[in-house]
Design a protein around this ligand. Structure first.
Ligand code: AMP
Length: 402
């Protein structure tokens, strides 16, 4: 069902100037884009607006220039690559003020169907403070605003929230709509059984996600570093594994909540241990697998064990909806990536709706070549987590209602 927001399908922008907030925050190495997923994901909205015959002004942030022009964080390489992907020139409106004389002149010169890209919005210090002046400057360029940047939807900045106060029409793009539909449906209206898998380093980062998903899902699976705080809360010895002692009570509460709600919570039944954390992270490492109630005091848990991987894969097999966020172990190391790979594989093999909640798990799934086997891979790490927490995202809320 998702949210009832106006989308690009509800408007026709013929002859109008449209400011489109995209998420072009792509990884760069020596001026080359190393992962262009976010550019490809933005194409459907841009093409729709070109077909309407609008004048399309794209904008985005890139990295953290901290309010000043940093040539290595210029969006110029994105304009070049986007031109190739679109098969049409995307003119780069180089301008240290983002909306300065150069950008304004470039907009003035546009014809219907033209596309330009503004400079990195975070060259301006007001951007991340949702300042009024920069919001107004952005809005002054356009008649219509389209927000297609899910990756920043959990932040209220000038280019995704402030700007909407000064344009008449604000709608969401196709990518944003897809994110809202998949994540929103999974959480609010899932086809059951609904299995949620959470991993990653720290419990503290995912407190609200655990609590909210417990209410919505049928089975909650816990892996990764955060599992050891749960195991310790159960009274088990976890050796030198990552533990957040301040969150032990919280874990106890969550286990009690699961029981009260009649939900299944799965914790690792065995674990892959080593003498210490690998250094460097991908260094060869000697490991063994022990039962979760037999972790020696001087050993560290760094991945789920083989039995756990099977248990989790079986739970996925019985699901109709699966949401996954966070690796099952230190997946950066091939020896400690087995649990994460097993879970990724089980998602790739099921016919269930599978949703990957951005960040590390999205990267892992893509790296393993399972990307096209998933129903949806979110383009936003932090944003998808806040969505799973059940929070309203300011970037989504700011769009006009239907
Ligand atoms: P997050 O950013 O919270 O999704 O966590 C991802 C990070 O958690 C990755 O860099 C993993 O290496 C790390 N991680 C996963 N399992 C463990 C573990 N058992 N001990 C320490 N770190 C872990």
């Amino acid at each position: 069902m998702g949210l009832n927001k106006k989308s690009v399908d509800d408007i026709n922008v013929k002859g109008q100037k449209v400011l489109v907030r995209c998420d072009f925050n792509v990884p760069l190495k020596d001026g080359k884009i190393t992962d262009e997923n976010r550019l490809v994901a933005a194409l459907p909205t841009i093409k729709k607006l070109i077909n309407d015959g609008g004048k399309i002004i794209l904008c985005s942030h890139l990295g953290k220039p901290k309010g000043e022009p940093k040539p290595e964080l210029s969006l110029a390489p994105v304009a070049a690559r986007l031109s190739e992907l679109l098969g049409q020139e995307v003119k780069f409106a180089a301008d240290p003020e983002v909306v300065g004389p150069n950008a304004k002149a470039a907009v003035e010169a546009m014809k219907d169907g033209d596309v330009i890209l503004l400079e990195n919005t975070r060259y301006r210090a007001e951007e991340t403070k949702n300042g009024e002046a920069f919001s107004k400057e952005l809005a002054s360029l356009a008649d219509v605003f389209v927000n297609d940047a899910f990756g920043t939807a959990h932040r209220a900045h000038c280019s995704n929230v402030g700007v909407t106060e000064y344009v008449k029409t604000s709608v969401v793009g196709y990518l944003m709509q897809k994110e809202i539909d998949f994540l929103g449906n999974a959480v609010e209206n899932p086809v059951r059984p609904f299995v949620a898998i959470l991993g990653g380093a720290k419990v503290a980062d995912k407190l609200n996600v655990i609590s909210n998903l417990l209410e919505k899902c049928d089975t909650l699976i816990i892996g990764g570093g955060m599992a050891y705080t749960f195991l310790k809360a159960k009274g088990l010895e976890v050796g030198t594994s990552l533990v957040d002692d301040e969150k032990i009570n919280y874990c106890k509460e969550m286990m009690a909540k699961a029981e009260k709600l009649g939900k299944t919570m799965l914790l690792p039944v065995d674990t892959t241990i080593a003498a210490s954390f690998p250094d460097p992270i991908d260094a060869p490492i000697e490991v063994s697998v022990v039962s979760s109630d037999a972790i020696p005091a001087d050993r560290m848990g760094l991945d789920i064990g083989t039995e756990t991987a099977k248990l989790y894969a079986d739970a996925v097999k019985s699901a109709k909806t699966v949401v996954w966020n966070g690796p099952m172990g230190v997946f950066e190391n091939p020896i400690l990536a087995k649990g994460t790979i097993a879970v990724a594989k089980s998602l790739a093999e099921t016919d269930a709706t599978t949703i990957i909640g951005g960040g590390d798990s999205a990267a892992a799934v893509n790296q393993l070549g399972f990307g096209d086997k998933m129903s949806h891979i979110s383009t936003g790490g932090g944003a998808s987590l806040e969505f799973l927490e059940g929070k309203e995202l300011p970037g989504v809320a700011a769009a006009n209602d239907k």
